[in-house]
Every structure is written in C-alpha cells, then in structure tokens.
Design a protein around this ligand. Sequence first.
Ligand SMILES: Cc1cc2nc3c(=O)[nH]c(=O)nc-3n(C[C@H](O)[C@H](O)[C@H](O)COP(=O)(O)O)c2cc1C
Length: 174
Amino acid sequence: MKVLVIFESMYGNTRHVAEAIAQGIGEAAAVTTVAAADAKDEDLTAYDLVVVGGPTHVHGMSRPTTRHGAVEAAEKPDNPLTLEPDAESDGVREWLASLGQVTGKAAAFDTRLDANPLLTGRASKSIGKKLRKAGFTLVAEPESFLVDKRTVLAPGETERASQWGRALIGTDSA
Ligand SMILES: Cc1cc2nc3c(=O)[nH]c(=O)nc-3n(C[C@H](O)[C@H](O)[C@H](O)COP(=O)(O)O)c2cc1C
C-alpha cells in the first residue's frame, strides 16, 4: 500500500502532525510526505490513499492574505514563533484548486485552537469537501489536532495523530 501525506504549515505544528500521521501509517505502508507547495507534480494515481491537512485560518483553509498575516505575526519583535521555509508559498487551497477530476481514497485533517469547533471553524471540513468534489472517497471523518493559545501542540496530540494514521490504514489496535 502506498500513501501520500500532503500538508501546509506556517509555524510547524501541522507539519509535525503530518509527520506523526505518516509515522503511524509508515509502520505498515509506504508513505511519502510532501508540503502542499511541492505537491502539484505528484502523480496521485500512484497512491492508494492521499491524506491532506493544513492549519485552520479564519474558520477555514488558509489563503494568501491569512498566510501573510501569519508571517507578519511571526516577525513581530519578541514573538517566539518560527516560520516554516515555505510559509507564504501556495498551500492546500491552491493544491486542491489544481486538481482535475480524480478517483481514489483520501482523508482530511487540520490543526486549530483548542476550543469549541463551532467557534474556531475547522479547515479539515473544507478540505474534505473539496477532496470529495474532486472525486475522492473519504475513508474517515475530517479530524482536528489542537494547539493552545501559544500555538503549541496540545499534550497527547502527536500520539493521537500517529494513531489516526494507523486507523486510516486499518492497523490501529487501540
Ligand atoms: C491568520 C490566522 C488566522 C487563524 N484563524 C484561526 C481560526 O479561525 N480558528 C482556529 O481555531 N485557529 C486559528 N488560527 C490558529 C491556527 O489554527 C494555528 O496557528 C495553526 O493551527 C498552527 O498550525 P501551523 O503551526 O502548522 O501553522 C489562526 C492563525 C492565524 C495565523
């Protein structure tokens, strides 16, 4: 089984979650992890499952303006956040827009603030909707992984992400 994990990340949390998901998947399948900015040339027909995730920005997927806002926030003096190298590059939104009609299996995830999802929004819901519209069948409900107000991944989320990865390919014994 071959799995592609595509992620977008401003401050590293979604990349970390993507890597943890890939680690869980990688225990039983061949997994490739790629930033959304570099994913346009991936041959999706080569994969049995495509897993796509990004940060929640303004209740949904990031867009150029919110990415720019994220960069500006990180560049403020005394801000402890570290920007990912391709923070202002194309993200999951642009990758999804570049998809033609496809077939196959997919799953969506996001990172977001640890609060009521009715208030925070969930990028994974929009990602899942777009994946379905492109022709993918979702193998799991869109999933969120949580960060705190300091944009630090909440305790236990790394292991939960690995477990979610295992569950996606049916090897989760928990
Ligand atoms: C411009 C901007 C808008 C955001 N809007 C939301 C939001 O609407 N809901 C939410 O839960 N988190 C929001 N956040 C917090 C992000 O979800 C959080 O920074 C992200 O999950 C961290 O992932 P990353 O480290 O991969 O960038 C926002 C962050 C930024 C920079």
